[in-house]
Design a protein around this ligand. Structure first.
Ligand code: HEM
Length: 133
């Protein structure tokens, strides 16, 4: 059967720009990247912050000052978005693993839901973090 739609199999590096990744593909890549970032930076930073908060009153106060800086807040927000995306997309994968929602349209909708939910929750955290609520 002939079709006019381009078909991509094992795409070549030169085809990358012309390849329109489906929403589920974007969610998948972000899930992998966020997992790696959480593991490589999120965990060490959280453990370091926990240590600094416990060592002495002075390190606790220094940490509080650092966390009040807008750039540090932005960095924290990036990690929080990474966590929210990873957690929500992770739940989506666990549900897919149960063979629920594997149809094309359902999978597309749930991928869209993951992106909307993670961004919306991140926006709420941002408002709280920057004192707007
Ligand atoms: C509620 C929290 C979380 C949920 C529901 C979750 C869920 C998942 C799932 C289902 C997978 C497997 C995805 C697949 O089949 O390809 C996965 C992979 C992974 N997770 Fe999580 N996760 C969570 C938190 C975390 C945290 C906090 C970290 C890091 C500190 C992390 C790091 C990773 C990494 C590195 C992978 C491998 C990614 C890949 O190879 O694609 N996850 N997660």
């Amino acid at each position: 059967m002939s079709t006019s739609r381009p078909q991509f199999r094992n795409i070549h590096i030169t085809q990358i720009l012309g390849y329109r990744l489906p929403l589920a593909g974007i969610v998948s890549i972000l899930h992998r990247v966020s997992g790696a970032v959480l593991f490589l930076f999120g965990l060490p930073l959280m453990l370091y912050a926990l240590e600094q908060s416990l060592v002495s009153e002075m390190t606790h106060a220094n940490l509080a000052t650092a966390l009040g800086h807008p750039l540090v807040k932005l960095l924290a927000l990036g990690l929080i978005w990474g966590f929210l995306h990873h957690a929500i997309a992770g739940v989506r994968y666990l549900v897919l693993d149960l063979h629920i929602g594997t149809g094309r349209e359902q999978a597309k909708s749930s991928a869209r839901l993951v992106l909307i939910l993670s961004l919306a929750l991140t926006a709420v955290v941002a408002l709280k973090l920057f004192g707007a609520i």
